[in-house]
Ligand binder design. Structure first.
Ligand code: ATP
Length: 371
């Protein structure tokens, strides 16, 4: 899934001179169901490591909304320094009904993404055989997409202002920032990924008919990078048309490259198409491996089901598999994904979101057995 990194940066502190494959992973279970899905995902990762000839040492950090209740911040001031020395980060979910939505995002998730220049948000959107899609008449062969979402600038750069609060004249401005460098590096990653997949197709999400500055630059830079990848068939879609295409003709789509906001929306649509929010994984990548990358399920803390032990752990287990692939353990990734596929296809052990009555632990155990 992840295109190979430049050799010099492959696996940061692992594969030392003695060839040992030891990885240090920071685990942030976070809030709600995040605390339920991360421990079982770690068990699966440990099982695959034990039989795959590598080791990883995980260190858990109790950051998130509970930490905020005690300390007034989502994580301590030196959290980013602490994380800077690990090989990768596994995040459960952060969020709480007691906190405004922006607090976990701006207090934990975005600082990590920004400090470690995790400029690619990689999200597979694949319908697994045996999972029910809301799309009529579609099966696993029709839905196998992956979105490369720009993760460091664009619409979510945080620049803006609000004036005349409470007045009739109240106004808010939100500025999008698109840089040539930012677009070029995410486009290059997307082309590399598209070139490595069998269909070699790339869809670029734009809106240059209405956004006459940022999206026109986006289109120009994507076209320039495209010139270096003649083996990839690239198509430009306005984002609204692309959303409709994901529903009506998903079989025509493979790799998608999108800005921060467009990618955010398209990937939630992708998760809905693939059956359950609980299945979908994601990686926040620093492709050059100069800093740790962070892997997480795309779902939130799901307060409506938290504490009941019924959350689907697959998104987190799959995110863990992506983490291993990023660290260079491709065989381990493939084994975990194959185990997930076989358990979902068999359909005997399913959490309630998949139409069954199994618990988080039972589904994770079934995946562990399938390994
Ligand atoms: P947050 O504010 O943390 O984002 P949320 O409830 O707004 O929480 P999600 O946590 O993503 O957003 O949940 C959306 C819906 O999907 C909820 O009904 C939730 O129960 C369901 N859901 C999310 N994650 C899972 C999971 N792992 N297994 C089963 N259902 C899930």
């Amino acid at each position: 899934m992840t295109p190979p990194a430049p050799k010099a940066h492959r696996a940061r502190s692992s594969r030392a001179g003695d060839g040992s494959r030891n990885y240090r992973v920071a685990v942030i279970p976070g809030d709600g169901v995040g605390k339920e899905v991360t421990p079982v995902a770690l068990e699966v990762l440990r099982a695959v490591a034990a039989s795959g000839g590598f080791r990883f040492v995980s260190e858990e950090f109790p950051w998130g909304s509970d930490y905020h209740a005690r300390h007034g911040e989502m994580m301590p001031a030196d959290a980013l320094d602490t994380l800077s020395s690990v090989d990768a980060i596994l995040l459960g979910a952060v969020g709480s009904p007691e906190l405004a939505d922006h607090v976990p995002v701006w207090g934990l998730v975005l600082p990590i993404r920004q400090r470690f220049d995790q400029y690619v948000n990689l999200r597979p959107m694949r319908l697994l055989a045996g999972a029910a899609t809301p799309l009529a008449g579609r099966s696993a062969e029709d839905v196998d997409m992956v979105c490369v979402r720009e993760n460091s600038e664009g619409e979510y750069c945080g620049i803006g202002r609000r004036v005349d609060r409470g007045e009739d004249t109240e106004t808010a401005e939100e500025t999008s920032v698109f840089s040539r460098r930012g677009i070029e590096r995410v486009a290059r990653f997307a082309f590399e990924l598209a070139a490595s997949r069998p269909r070699r197709k790339l869809a670029s999400a734009t809106k240059s008919n209405a956004l006459r500055h940022s999206m026109v630059l986006w289109d120009e830079v994507v076209a320039e990078v495209a010139a270096e990848y003649s083996q990839v068939e690239v198509t430009r879609y306005h984002v609204d048309a692309l959303a409709a295409r994901m529903v009506n003709h998903p079989e025509t789509l493979d790799t998608i490259v999108a800005s921060n906001l467009f990618g955010d929306i398209l990937t939630d649509l992708g998760a809905a198409i693939t059956g359950s929010l609980g299945l979908a994984p994601s990686g926040n990548l620093n492709p050059e491996r100069q800093h740790p990358s962070m892997f997480e399920p795309i779902h939130g803390s799901a307060p409506d089901i938290a504490g009941r032990g019924i959350a689907n752990p697959i998104g987190t287990i799959w995110a863990g598999a992506m983490m291993l692939e990023h660290l260079g353990e491709t065989a381990a990734h493939d084994r975990i994904v194959a185990a997930i596929e076989s358990v979902v296809a068999a359909g005997r052990v399913r959490t309630p979101d998949l139409g069954g009555d199994a618990t988080t632990k039972e589904l994770a155990a079934a995946i562990g057995e399938a390994l």
